[in-house]
Design a binder for this molecule. Structure first.
Ligand SMILES: [Zn+2]
Length: 125
């Protein structure tokens, strides 16, 4: 787990008190869920600049913040449009695209059969 604590230089109070592990964890969780550092910091009553200043001073906190930001970017990035026949046509062979292409082919065959069947079955054809 994270063990960052605020260190006070002589006569220098820390801008952000990160002794509170609960708030620290909450802020990092918000960032990891895709919130901006500003939003996450505001969510726990800190300023964005205070968080960045602390990140510069505290290596452990900096690393945790960087990891959370990386995770947050992944969360914010929409997943590639997989699961469609067109993606399969573009060369994707993931399970979802293969299934989508297979069911699309099956659907076209079924439609063709239904049309043929309907024509044959029509009494006044
Ligand atoms: Zn795919």
């Amino acid at each position: 787990m994270l063990t960052a604590t605020a260190r006070r230089g002589p006569g220098q109070p820390p801008t952000v008190e990160i002794g509170d592990q609960e708030l620290l964890g909450e802020m990092l969780r918000l960032v990891a869920e895709g919130a901006s550092v500003e939003m996450a910091a505001g969510g726990v009553g800190w300023s964005r600049s205070g968080v960045y200043r602390m990140a510069r001073k505290e290596k452990v906190f900096r690393q945790a913040l960087t990891a959370a930001q990386k995770q947050g970017r992944v969360v914010r990035t929409p997943p590639p449009e997989c699961g469609s026949e067109s993606q399969y046509g573009k060369g994707c062979r993931c399970e979802r695209c293969v299934l989508a292409a297979a069911s699309a082919r099956a659907g076209r065959r079924a439609t063709a059969r239904a049309r043929t069947g309907a024509r044959t079955a029509r009494p006044d054809g």
